[in-house]
Design a protein around this ligand. Structure first.
Ligand code: UDP
Ligand code: CA
Length: 292
């Protein structure tokens, strides 16, 4: 029997909700394993909850909406964007059912090209979590990689700075080693300075990586055009539509441009249409069921 793969994701706003449905489609269609999505309930729209439920029935996967009240003793964040980043990393020990052993976080704006099972079965060699190092094969943006010198370079030494768009978490080790407490205490102290943790969910695990080491996943497990060379796109197992520091292109245009062509069984637009059709069919099915 195939093991159920648990996937955590977060979204807020219509655009990211649309991306999230496409992520769910591409991920479930590229694996044979059963998939159980855990989505952060707090910032989702009611319409999305209904659509995601219908879509999950159509895709034969499970969806659970999870939430956790931001503790009053932990410094709050004034923007939704930063609260969401906090939820990505700060409460992994308390957000999910306590019997859950492992989970993979996947950004909403991702398209999976390969079977996520490979990632699920990765030996993290005793570490609590695995992240992918930032690509450095795109020479155009190398100058924006602030961690290559100064403060971050001194902190990390020879270790890479990892990207937070996807990561595998061994929840048992995470709880056993009290990593939630370490992350929250570090967050509390760093966030006293409003200029610190500018990429909260990414800076935090990198910052504590001397205390809580990160297992480095293979580069092919996170391709994004902004930081990786075009030659390596063919090896990409998942594609994130991460922002490009050099150009302000709307993510939806990025999606249409990047997710198409011979590397893809379905283009982004085809997947977008398929999601709509599946939800439409599901709604019709429900209405006719109600009439009985
Ligand atoms: N996110 C969201 N709504 C937003 C911005 C971000 O839901 O308006 C969530 C979403 O899950 C997204 C993640 O935060 O995938 C990280 O943000 P984004 O992908 O925009 O960052 P980037 O990959 O460009 O660094
Ligand atoms: Ca992203």
């Amino acid at each position: 029997e195939l093991e159920t793969i648990n996937v955590f994701s977060v979204a807020t706003g219509h655009l990211y909700e649309r991306f999230l449905k496409i992520m769910m489609l591409s991920l479930t269609q590229s694996t044979k394993n059963p998939v159980h999505f855990y989505l952060l309930d707090t910032y989702l729209s009611p319409g999305f909850r209904e659509e995601a439920t219908i879509l999950s029935e159509s895709l034969n996967c499970k969806v659970t909406f999870v939430s956790y009240k931001w503790p009053p003793w932990l410094r709050s964040q004034s923007t939704i964007q930063r609260r969401i980043w906090g939820y990505k990393i700060l409460f992994l020990d308390v957000l999910f059912p306590q019997n859950l052993k492992k989970i993979i976080f996947v950004d909403a704006d991702q398209v999976m090209r390969e079977d996520i099972r490979e990632l699920w079965e990765f030996d993290l060699q005793g570490e609590v979590y695995g992240y992918v190092p930032f690509c450095d094969s795109n020479a155009d943006t190398l100058g924006f990689q602030f961690w290559r010198e100064g403060y971050w370079k001194d902190l990390l030494g020879d270790k890479p700075y990892h990207i937070s768009a996807l990561y595998v978490v061994d929840l048992e080790k995470f709880r056993d080693r009290g990593v939630g407490d370490i992350l929250r205490a570090t967050y509390e102290s760093l966030s006293r300075d409003p200029n610190s943790l500018s990429n909260l969910d990414q800076d935090l695990p990198n910052f504590v990586s001397n205390q809580v080491p990160i297992f480095s996943l293979p580069q092919s497990w996170l391709w994004c055009e902004s930081w990786c060379s075009l030659e390596t796109k063919v090896e990409s197992k998942t594609i994130d539509l991460c922002n490009n520091p050099l150009k302000k292109e709307p993510k939806i245009d990025m999606a249409r441009r990047i997710i198409k062509g011979e590397l893809f069984e379905k283009s982004w637009e085809e997947m977008d249409e398929e999601v709509k059709a599946r939800i439409g069919d599901g709604l019709v099915g429900r209405e006719s069921h109600d009439e009985l």
